[in-house]
Design a binder for this molecule. Sequence first.
Ligand SMILES: N[C@@H](CCC(=O)N[C@@H](CS)C(=O)NCC(=O)O)C(=O)O
Length: 210
Amino acid sequence: MILIGMFDSPFVRRVAVSMNLLGMAFEHRNWSVGKDFELIRQFNPLGRVPTLVQPDGEALIESTAILDYLDELVGPEKAMIAAGGPERRRGLKICALATGLGDKAVSLVYERVLRKKESKVWVERCEMQIGGVLDALEKTRAAIGKPFWFGEHIGHGDIAVACVLRFTSEAHPQLFDAMRYPALAAHAAHCEALPAFQEIVQPLAPPSGK
Ligand SMILES: N[C@@H](CCC(=O)N[C@@H](CS)C(=O)NCC(=O)O)C(=O)O
């Protein structure tokens, strides 16, 4: 399989870290959504990453849909989210909050680098949404006295939250104060110390818009 997209993207990184943890080999195309847009569009008409190209040429898109397929491939024993019931619903919600936060953090980066003048209304809205999600995730994580969100084993929610926190801290350091979010900071540190995370990391290099 070929994974397209840079590891500074929290969405690409969550897929790559999961593949690493699941022991799935992949080739990596370190293509930028800026300068390599046309290359990416050859595989995904949206021109977005992550895009995961299967051996038969089929291209999967959207991190959550890609991970859903990978879980299906490895089977319910190794899948990194519960197969059904309340634990699956709660797991999907953690993932949705984390990736939604990631969408807002990415949107703020594009606002900064691609526009001549930022929209104050949009920036304030995104910052409020990011703060709201961080508060909600902090409260939930603080109430869980376990190594990971759903117990002893790492899952997609854990990975999504850690990847998005790293991206947000690098792109907008003023929006993530570890003192205000101690449970999330500890969660991120715990995940980032794992070999699967340390092997999949790339400093933030946003598109320049030129
Ligand atoms: N919901 C998507 C979000 C992916 C996403 O926003 N990727 C960014 C890079 S971090 C991208 O492709 N940006 C270019 C664009 O949206 O045109 C997912 O989970 O895969």
